[in-house]
Design a protein around this ligand. Structure first.
Ligand code: EPU
Length: 350
């Protein structure tokens, strides 16, 4: 295990921000992690964990220790006639796990195809796309307590999943390093094609779903058509979370903007809303608000808003984290002024 000093992180974050970490180390095994967490030198120093670096923005240099998750391995723990229990180490690339599943005809994570990043980062924000979320198939999360170096297994309930949210982003932020994730996948067809954009794509292209790979391929093509490839245009996917409003708020918005898109969503919202009390269960895409404010496709210096998906901020080259943050603040102010709604960042600001 080699600890490096003043380490440049530009290749380790998909925004390609050239920030430096005071200390940097790669963890290849759980023993590496225990060693790192028990080193007196690092006991009281700030720590950040990186997987694929696809959901972070380094707003400045990081005066602490960055630990890169390189724990590898995918194994089938058990199976019966209906299900397969798969355990995957946190440093695996998420899409490689999707490929592992669809190549074996397993159902459950095909809608989550091509989400950038690693398996260890997936529970942090309960990754979701095209009508599916990690929590729908998750069995448990293994993690190491950074203060004691001890292992803990979190059940799905203990993870407190919500829309792009979990206990690891809240009460336990920075306290546990996720080492492995166990999923329950299905041998029996559980196709989920209710997400409007996916459904329309399948109909338009006359695609009949025969196996989970067909969905995986369709989702991959949709994503490629509207989300910028970070290798070409650095970005971190959706920069903001979608907005959830109450029925009365939607009615008010509809009067002024009859064309406003909205989707009823009862799952995945944290804390769980209570529709009987009129709490927000209606998703209004944040991308629409941003577009209405005229920001879609706009560029300021080295940064801008993607022209096909307004939720995505991009680095056209050489941007600093501060520039991205300034753009994000301008967008949040514009949406607040025009609609009275506060957008929240989805990416982790460091
Ligand atoms: N829309 C606009 N303008 C835009 C973008 C979207 O008006 O520029 C409206 C349209 O009405 C469109 C609707 O938003 O029909 C939904 O768009 P899309 O399917 O692209 O989904 P999204 O809600 O904008 C979310 C996730 C994405 C995920 C897609 C597909 C969040 C923050 N984002 O975006 O996740 O890929 O759904 O399921 O929930 C990510 O997390 O990095 C990410 C890309």
């Amino acid at each position: 295990m080699q600890i490096q000093e003043n380490y440049n992180l530009s290749k380790l974050n998909t925004f390609s921000i050239s920030a430096n970490a005071e200390f940097f180390v790669e963890a290849h095994t759980e023993a590496d992690l225990v060693e790192i967490f028990t080193l007196p030198q690092f006991r009281n120093i700030k720590k950040v964990f990186l997987g694929g670096g696809s959901n972070v923005l380094f707003t400045k240099d990081f005066d602490g220790l960055v630990i890169l998750n390189k724990l590898k391995g995918i194994e089938i723990l058990k199976e019966d006639s209906k299900n397969v229990i798969v355990r995957c180490m946190g440093g695996e690339i998420w899409h490689d796990l999707v490929t592992f599943a669809v190549d074996r005809g397993l159902w459950g994570i095909e809608n989550l195809s091509l989400i950038p990043g690693t398996v260890g980062a997936a529970p942090m924000q309960n990754i979701g796309a095209y009508g599916a979320e990690l929590k729908d198939v998750l069995e448990n999360v293994e993690a190491i307590d950074i203060n004691t170096g001890k292992n803990k297994i979190f059940s799905k309930e203990e993870c407190k999943f919500g829309y792009r949210d979990s206990i690891f982003k809240n009460d336990l932020k920075g306290k546990y390093f996720i080492t492995a994730v166990t999923l329950k996948l299905s041998k029996v067809e559980t196709k989920n094609i209710t997400y409007k954009i996916l459904q329309e794509y399948l109909e338009r292209n006359k695609i009949e779903i025969k196996n989970s790979k067909d969905i995986s391929d369709a989702v991959s093509r949709i994503r490629k058509s509207k989300l910028p490839d970070p290798i070409i245009i650095p970005n971190a996917g959706s920069f903001f979370k979608n907005v959830f409003v109450k029925p009365a708020e939607l009615e008010k918005l509809k009067k002024k903007y009859p064309e406003i898109p909205f989707f009823w969503e009862e799952k995945g919202i944290s804390p769980q809303p209570s529709p009987s009390k009129g709490e927000g269960v209606i998703k209004v895409p944040a991308g629409w608000f941003i577009e209405q404010c005229g920001w879609k496709g706009k560029r300021i210096g080295n940064v801008g808003v993607h022209d096909k998906q307004a939720l995505v901020l991009v680095n056209f080259g050489g941007a600093t984290g501060e520039e991205v943050l300034n753009l994000a603040n301008k967008i949040m102010t514009a949406v607040k002024e025009k609609f009275g709604l506060g957008l929240l960042p989805e990416v982790n600001l460091i």
